[in-house]
Design a binder for this molecule. Structure first.
Ligand SMILES: NC(=O)c1ccc[n+]([C@@H]2O[C@H](COP(=O)([O-])OP(=O)(O)OC[C@H]3O[C@@H](n4cnc5c(N)ncnc54)[C@H](OP(=O)(O)O)[C@@H]3O)[C@@H](O)[C@H]2O)c1
Length: 335
């Protein structure tokens, strides 16, 4: 029996190259009442993340593509509004994978209850969620910065990059950001406490980066690829580590882009390691303990870019792929 009207944003078609609004469709449908063991969640926040570009394509990846004609996939923070599962009560706030819709049914598997008194619940999608954990495991497990070393990260004002640089500082390293535009660069230095930030939209990136990294680069946390990677590569020191986290500049490319110079990988004995945050699921307790404490005490700061209304999700997501977001991009779906 229908209890509420659900608004959903479906993946209507798969893009070839950069996605557009035509790839999405807003529909309204009745919500089914939960069956035995199920709960109904009302979405409060929907997380918009770069990996969603990959889910829109049918190309082989580490995760299944989103299905055409189904709601786009995505992590959500929601409120339980109906429950036929003894583990969840009406009113519980949960982290789940509800997708781009106002209401989502769940068997309860994979839901995690949140304590609104411990931290704003939106942080479970950002600094204390998947992006924060990506920064934590990528930097500590693969980058392994030592005191006095130089760590460089691009998309430095974003969900992952902002945490990478602040963690590098906590480890005693120099943190150099790369970001798009004057305001983001100022924020990265003045608010987040990085040592410097270089604007990748201005010319002569390598030269300006070299000035910011007089001792070369020991850890390059790879978030973007493309032209930024080309500028960073010559500055890597011997034995530098490159956690390969993301390549957002290349997600919509229709032909292969030039990759890093493999001869320098040999000559400088570089360590490149790709990773998916879920590879380090066993570290979640350490992450929540350490970063949770640093967020509570103000040692790690975070910025959210909150867009109002589910119908704004497609345009906001397209903006993310062009650097229009400033901080962790969230959609407030319900109050
Ligand atoms: N491996 C994993 O498990 C994992 C998990 C989470 C995220 N990631 C990856 O981490 C990276 C950052 O994700 P996030 O969630 O923190 O996103 P975000 O930084 O909050 O937002 C994306 C940012 O990427 C930058 N960007 C977009 N297009 C670019 C281009 N062509 N060249 C240079 N920069 C560009 C923009 O920042 P500027 O305006 O500053 O350039 C944009 O604001 C992404 O590549 C994502 O796929 C990987």
């Amino acid at each position: 029996m229908a209890t509420n009207t659900n608004r959903q944003i479906l993946l209507k078609s798969r893009p070839d190259g950069p996605p557009s609004l035509d790839n999405f469709e807003l529909v309204e449908k009745p919500v089914r009442t939960p069956g035995e063991g199920e709960v109904l969640m009302r979405t409060l926040y929907l997380s918009l993340d770069p990996y969603m570009r990959g889910r829109m394509s049918a190309a082989k990846s580490y995760a299944k593509p989103a299905a055409v004609g189904e709601p786009m996939v995505g992590a959500t923070v929601g409120e339980i509004v109906q429950s036929r599962n003894p583990k969840f009560a009406v009113g519980d706030i949960v982290l789940g994978y509800g997708g781009w819709q106002q209401y989502a049914l769940s068997s309860g598997g994979g839901l995690r209850k949140l304590d609104p008194a411990a931290a704003p619940v939106s942080t479970a999608l950002g600094v204390l969620g998947m992006p924060g954990m990506t920064a934590y495991v990528g930097l500590t497990e693969i980058g392994q910065p030592k005191s006095g070393e130089t760590v460089v990260v691009a998309a430095a004002s974003g969900a992952v990059g902002s945490v990478v640089g602040q963690l590098a500082k906590i480890k005693g390293a120099r943190a150099i950001g790369i970001a798009g535009g004057y305001d983001k660069c100022r924020f990265v230095v003045d608010e987040l406490g990085f040592d410097a930030c270089v604007d990748h939209r201005e010319p002569h990136l390598t030269r300006r980066l070299e000035a910011a990294c007089p001792n070369g680069i020991d850890v390059y946390f790879e978030n973007v690829g493309g032209a930024v990677q080309q500028a960073v590569w010559p500055l890597l020191n011997d034995f530098a580590r490159v956690p390969v986290c993301g390549l957002i500049a290349q997600y919509s490319a229709t032909s292969p882009m030039p990759g890093p110079d493999m001869f320098s990988v040999l000559r400088k004995r570089l360590l490149l390691r790709g990773f998916i945050v879920s590879d380090f699921a066993a570290k979640q307790g350490d992450f929540l303990h350490d970063v949770g404490e640093w967020v509570r005490t103000g040692r790690i700061k975070y910025r959210e870019d909150v867009v109002e209304g589910l119908e704004q999700a497609p345009a906001a997501f397209l903006g993310l792929l062009e650097g229009k977001n400033f901080g962790k991009l969230l959609v407030r779906v319900g109050k």
